[in-house]
Design a protein around this ligand. Structure first.
Ligand code: 3HC
Length: 300
């Protein structure tokens, strides 16, 4: 039995990533860095162009770190890694050889159901499916497929090329082989994997999102300025970014979306009450770094 599981490890050579946003681009990048053949799919050609640009810029930073004073090694690393990524606007052409499909599209259950139902029809039987959802239930996403044994959650963190953690989520139906393969794949792309159940926010977001909301409520009450809250958590708790900086970095719309979803599900949990200030900023289109303004202003 043990050898059957062992022999099924490290089979992921071809990865299809669906969704060319920041997370999808980062996942495609690290898989290519690990020597795997990657297809990054997004239906929107403009998004794909942005994905390519963001991968190139991130690869340049990674290459500089790996090959400090060696310009030709830097160039080779970037060229070789880039050559392993195909950018496609058509899902059906991306699945023939896929060992693993990682979904990183919009956080909308209907959109994810539509996608996975069609993937289930089109992908070979061997293909494992994973969602990078940050707040939805993996079991619910998997419910539209006939391969729940080959389904799991793979939750990455932004910036994917830098953050060392990967949360691997198994649902009761996830087979041992699928789970072990997802864990091994996470390791192969350079991440430290933890296992968690399919509960709201898994581990990191279940702790992080209420923390961000509490920080915003603190500012809302006028207890301290955003700058002072951020300085407090950086210098008093050793966090690399303060909570308002981090909320701006990950996107205020993302934080609001997560907390509103949980608030609907668990209205009695005050940790999940969306802060008014957050709602207000999102309504004004101030979504953080990506729009040039959130709690702080940024040069676009
Ligand atoms: N690609 C490649 N390398 C990158 C990078 C990127 N996108 N961003 C930063 N780096 C590298 C830099 O090149 C630099 O490398 P060096 O040490 O060799 O010079 C190193 O990372 C540090 O970067 P910077 O000097 O620019 O800045 P910082 O030291 O402030 O680090 C940070 C930036 C890594 C983002 C750090 O501030 C940090 O860890 N912040 C917290 C991020 C965090 O908590 N992420 C999780 C968010 S929650 C989430 O993603 C879940 C989702 O579901 C919402």
């Amino acid at each position: 039995m043990a050898s059957a599981v062992t022999s099924s490890l490290n089979v992921i050579k071809n990865v299809t990533v669906i969704g060319g946003g920041l997370m999808g681009s980062g996942i495609a990048q690290i898989a290519a860095q690990a020597g795997q053949s990657v297809t990054l799919v997004d239906l929107n050609a403009d998004v794909l162009k942005k994905s390519e640009a963001s991968i190139q810029s991130s690869l340049a930073r990674v290459a500089k770190k790996l090959h400090k004073d060696n310009p030709s090694a830097i160039e080779t690393f970037i060229k070789d890694t880039s050559s392993r990524i195909k950018y496609l606007p058509d899902i059906s052409k991306s699945l023939d050889d896929a060992d693993l499909v990682v979904e990183a599209i919009v956080e909308n259950i209907d959109a994810k159901h539509k996608l996975f139902a069609s993937l289930d029809e089109a992908a070979p039987q061997k293909t494992l499916f994973a969602s990078n959802t940050s707040s939805l239930s993996i079991k619910e996403i998997a419910s539209v497929t006939k391969r729940k044994d080959k389904f799991g959650g793979l939750h990455f963190f932004n910036p994917v090329a830098v953050m060392k953690l990967l949360e691997v989520i198994r649902i009761p139906e996830t087979s041992d082989t699928t789970y072990q393969t997802l864990m091994a794949w996470g390791k192969s792309v350079g991440k430290t994997c933890i296992t968690c159940k399919d509960t709201p926010g898994f581990v990191v977001n279940r702790l992080l999102v209420p923390y961000l909301a509490e920080a915003i409520k603190l500012v809302e009450r006028g207890d301290a300025s955003p700058q002072d809250v951020d300085t407090a958590m950086k210098l008093g708790a050793g966090y690399p970014m303060g909570p308002l900086e981090l909320a701006d970095y990950t996107g205020l719309d993302t934080t609001l979306f997560i907390i509103e979803g949980w608030h609907k599900q668990f209205p009695d949990n005050s940790l999940f009450t969306p802060p008014e200030k957050l709602k207000h900023l999102v309504k004004q289109g101030k979504l953080g770094r990506k729009t040039g303004e959130g709690f702080y202003k940024y040069n676009k």
